[in-house]
Write a protein that binds this ligand. Structure first.
Ligand SMILES: Cc1cc2nc3c(=O)[nH]c(=O)nc-3n(C[C@H](O)[C@H](O)[C@H](O)COP(=O)(O)O)c2cc1C
Length: 404
């Protein structure tokens, strides 16, 4: 698992190279520092300028251009990945060849190492390649196995670079969530999740917003999906990629969110309200950009409706509404007040004053307070794992109890 956030992303000469741009762009949005190292052959597929723009760091190719870069860079990284990894580069690393910057860095790094092969299926099934992958595994490389499907060369078979979502999950959570691994306890249930932070326009260029990245809501959506639920995600200004196989509705303001919820709430079993909703909006949104005039200005704000309080009148028997309470002080006391005032079934209290968890972090630590006064602490762990724990506790409290 990756706690710090500096990655060396190696790319070699394969047709799947374009897919790495999407993954790097998503990781940048999540706050990772990415240093792209290309082989010479990789630059024939995509220009280094494209990788430099997406990663917002210079791209390194030549061992001799910046002497000792291989050592200084290798020392500061938390994760080393080559995606796509060609037949050639896998062979070179497996045999200790270091004849370019990328293979030289691979010989120096001591952090977690990932290799994502991508090639024609005959190349992938070639026993020489398979032996080389085995050798890499024995030497602490985690292999991100390719997928089967139609390949760029027209063949159908194994060899396609693993999809971006799985690669991102392996990087950020250390594992690949899979339906096979998790008990399908939510099969037949529909879970509605809100994620991200609403924005209230001030004028055509400015808005009132908050620091929510949406990572917790997205992690919950993935966990719910992987535990068998049908998932709908209402998201506002999220800074991460959307998971596959869920329905999503993009909104901007608190009012948009309330309207989207009113339209969907009737169809769901559980509502998990993890979005950070703006408490206020402008009395009047200026249709033109507000100009600077050297005088103080004041903005007139109106309180937004409380979404959970507004929804409670639509709640049907058998539905469960769960809120989130992001607090910087008196965490449990404030969460308890919200639980009672909003008539929720549970509230998840989240301490946003701690830098290593909460907003923008890949980690979180929460306390669940149920309406029956039962309280459960979940210590710091990746947000996806928090999501699984939360959903297990919710299931044990609301569903198992009813069945037994
Ligand atoms: C159009 C084209 C597509 C290629 N696609 C792949 C590929 O997907 N996987 C692979 O291993 N090699 C592929 N190759 C061959 C590699 O580019 C070649 O083996 C090269 O030597 C790899 O160099 P590198 O590992 O230093 O980047 C392709 C070559 C061409 C011309």
């Amino acid at each position: 698992m990756i706690r710090n956030n500096t990655i060396i992303w190696g790319v070699s000469g394969g047709i799947a190279i374009y897919k790495s741009l999407d993954a790097i762009s998503s990781l940048k949005k999540m706050g990772y520092q990415i240093h792209v190292v290309m082989t010479n052959n990789a630059t024939k597929f995509i220009s280094p300028v494209t990788f430099a723009s997406i990663s917002q760091n210079p791209v390194l190719i030549d061992t001799f251009e910046e002497p000792m870069a291989h050592i200084s860079l290798a020392e500061k990284v938390d994760l080393f990945i080559i995606a796509p990894a060609s037949y050639n580069i896998i062979g070179k690393i497996a045999h200790g060849i270091a004849d370019d910057l990328l293979t030289t860095i691979s010989a120096v790094v001591t952090c977690r190492k990932l290799i994502a092969p991508a090639m024609n299926s005959h190349m992938y099934e070639n026993p020489i390649l398979q032996n080389n992958l085995k050798k890499l595994k024995e030497n602490n490389y985690q292999i991100i196995e390719p997928e089967s499907g139609i390949l760029a060369c027209g063949y159908e078979g194994i060899g396609r670079l693993r999809n971006t979502e799985d690669i991102l999950n392996i990087i950020t959570n250390g594992n690949i969530p899979s339906e096979k691994q998790l008990p399908q306890i939510y099969a037949g249930k529909h879970i509605l999740i809100t994620a991200g932070g609403t924005q209230e326009p001030i004028d055509p260029v400015r808005y009132i917003g908050n620091h929510s990245s949406g990572k917790m809501g997205i992690a919950l959506a993935k966990a719910a999906r992987d535990m068998g639920a049908k998932v709908t995600l209402i998201h506002a200004n999220i800074k991460t990629h959307l998971p596959k196989n869920i329905s999503s509705i993009k909104i901007q303001t608190a009012e948009d969110m309330l309207n989207a919820l009113k339209e969907t709430i009737n169809q769901v079993d559980i509502l998990l309200m993890s979005a950070a909703v703006s408490d206020y909006r402008m009395n009047h949104i200026s249709s033109t950009k507000i100009k600077k005039n050297n005088n103080p200005i004041s903005l007139q704000l109106t309180e937004n409706p409380d979404i959970l309080k507004s929804l409670i009148k639509f709640k049907k028997p058998g539905q469960f509404f769960i809120g989130f309470s992001a607090e910087s002080n008196d965490l449990i006391e404030n969460a308890k007040i919200k639980l009672e005032q909003k008539k929720l079934d549970a509230i998840i209290a989240n301490d946003i004053s701690k830098k290593d968890i909460g907003f923008n972090s890949d980690y979180n630590a929460v306390t669940i307070l149920f309406s029956n006064n039962h309280q459960i602490d979940i210590p710091s762990k990746p947000k996806y794992d928090i999501g699984i724990d939360l959903l297990n506790h919710i299931h044990n409290t609301f569903y198992k109890k009813n069945v037994e």
